[in-house]
Design a protein around this ligand. Sequence first.
Ligand code: SF4
Length: 390
Amino acid sequence: MDRSKQTDETTRGGFEQRLGLYVHIPFCERKCAYCDFPSYAGQKEQQAPYVDKLCAEIRLKGEELNHPQADTVFLGGGTPSVLQPHLIGKVLKTLRDSFNVLPGAEITCEANPGTLTPAFLKELRENGVNRLSLGAQSAHRDELRLLSRIHDWDMVVSSVQLAREMGFLNINLDLMSGLPGQTWDKLRESLAKAIALKPAHLSCYSLIVEEGTPFHALFEKGQLNLPDEETEREMYHKTAAFLEQAGYTQYEISNFSLPGFECRHNKNCWLYRDYLGFGLSAASLFRGVRQKNPDTLSAYLDGRKPLREELTGQDMAFEQVMLGLRLREGVSEEAFKKRWGQSLFEVFPKALERHIEGGLLAYEDGRLRLTQKGLDLMDRVLLDLFPEQI
Ligand code: SF4
């Protein structure tokens, strides 16, 4: 792809004007056995200094960009709900002072059962948070224990009830599959108990054993009884069918929602729209530049500069397709051409021909999407798209 042409296109308005804002809260009650997210157990004394630094970063960026519009905000972690209520309030007020958070913006906060309090939820509501994402993970005590989660299912139920009482109608529950010893019957039970709570949205992620975690050490010693690949894939298909049957539409590989309750913040990321991230390890994608804040608390508090990477048109075209194919609606040919001045078929001619013929990709009504078979073999498709770009 011609870089000069891309720059021209993008400066003529190829970028969305409205931003998504992500804020990372890196504190948790304790560390889960599978977790390699940038988060710290305890460290309560660091909460206030962290929030001060975070708010300074948010204010500076807002001023630098002249207070642009934002239509989604996502407070993630870590466990934002371990923050003292006045500190989460301070973060939310700073976001509103620094950016033009639009009326009707989707504002999500992640939380974990066992940490939610009425005071915390009240602070969220008073500051406009209208979506709550709860890390439920499993309905089984043995699985939750193995994962080192701090809660049981009763706490999930009481957290949902409390959130509803405090006015949250848009609630997501995170669940995990591919857990050690998990069978379809056990997963189905967790799904059924989650559905019984009538969340607007469900995220179902497969366990990934990440290096450096206690799970990885067990895996290396052969002590993690993981389902094999075929069993896991079968559970994935059964999960999708089970949730569809219950009225949840699968709009992304791991995400399901009732009509009108897709997560707008995450969807904008899959649509490759610009976002700004604040806090330790947070990433931003803004006007063709990716930035990543330092990964450790000490480096962030010391003010170490983010890593900065200027993306080429090739990088961005590939990333747009890679992310867009995660969505069941796929990639819009019109949007792609508007942004890059070339069609998908001009940029990825060989891979598209091969995989449409082979049944992994489909092109219908001006959209390119993965077929059911293609979803299972997504990595193979992406690998073939990538070399055409370099
Ligand atoms: S609560 Fe979430 S972020 Fe915190 S340790 Fe567990 S998995 Fe990691």
